[in-house]
Design a protein around this ligand. Structure first.
Ligand code: ZN
Length: 245
């Protein structure tokens, strides 16, 4: 855990005086959130300090992405557990409605439900992830005036296809092999993060099949176009705002 004084998300200083409910006060951040993992990690397993308010803003996205990735898990206990919890709680109307939607279909690759997470939310989540991973690499906040964040998502059908090709060739599972690789950071077989050698390209596997790729690139002639294109693709894929539900 980094003992940082600047918040990786907004780049401003953290207040270390103990003031109750101070939005600029310190909180311990788990970059890949506890909403993703089955085991709730303790504070000493956190990644860095962040403002309480920044952490809370990310928190609502954490919940959505956590549910989204667990529902798609390759481990039946996790996906079915998440499904049961959603159906029984009825609290998150968005997931609950998606599961009860007329468009729910069973298919070769499992059950397809209308996607309850919007493209904007995926982009916002990946912006936090990029800032956090960059911070972990360089121990300094990402300067968004100098760098552009290029968010991406690899559809699970593509990942499943690559998985079966790999299994046929190697006789082993790619995700379990990946976990044994020294460059991968894996926690409880539930998520794996890969960072490129220059520290600015990230691959994030949540429960194997929810895969994000995020690049941080220096601003230049083509960077803005790349960022706009990447964002547009995510919005096309996931759909626009679902906040009204
Ligand atoms: Zn902050």
């Amino acid at each position: 855990m980094l003992d940082n004084k600047l918040c990786p998300y907004c780049a401003k200083s953290i207040n270390f005086e103990k003031i109750e409910n101070d939005p600029f006060g310190k909180s311990v951040e788990h970059l890949i959130p506890n909403a993703v993992t089955t085991r709730k990690r303790k504070n000493d397993e956190g990644d860095f300090n962040a403002h309480r308010s920044c952490n809370m803003k990310k928190g609502s996205l954490d919940e959505l992405i956590g549910k989204f990735s667990r529902l798609q898990s390759s481990t039946p206990n996790i996906s079915l557990g998440a499904l049961r919890k959603e159906l029984e709680s009825k609290k998150n109307t968005r997931f609950y409605r998606a599961l009860n939607d007329d468009r729910v279909r069973g298919g070769e690759n499992g059950v397809n439900i209308p996607n309850p997470v919007s493209g904007e939310e995926i982009i916002d989540f990946l912006t936090y992830i990029a800032k956090g991973l960059y911070f972990k690499q360089f121990a300094f906040p990402l300067n968004i005036k100098k760098f552009e964040i290029i968010p991406g998502f690899i559809p699970s059908q593509k990942i499943k296809h690559l998985e079966s090709e790999y299994e046929q060739t190697n006789g082993t599972n790619p995700f379990r092999d990946l976990e044994k690789n020294n460059i991968a950071k894996t926690v409880d077989s539930e998520y794996t993060v890969l960072v490129s050698e220059n520290g600015m390209k990230y691959l994030i596997f949540l429960h194997d099949y929810t895969v994000f790729n995020v690049d941080v690139i220096r601003k230049g002639c083509t960077s803005k176009g790349k960022a706009i294109k990447a964002r547009r693709e995510l919005i096309n894929l996931f759909g626009g705002s679902k906040k009204c539900t």
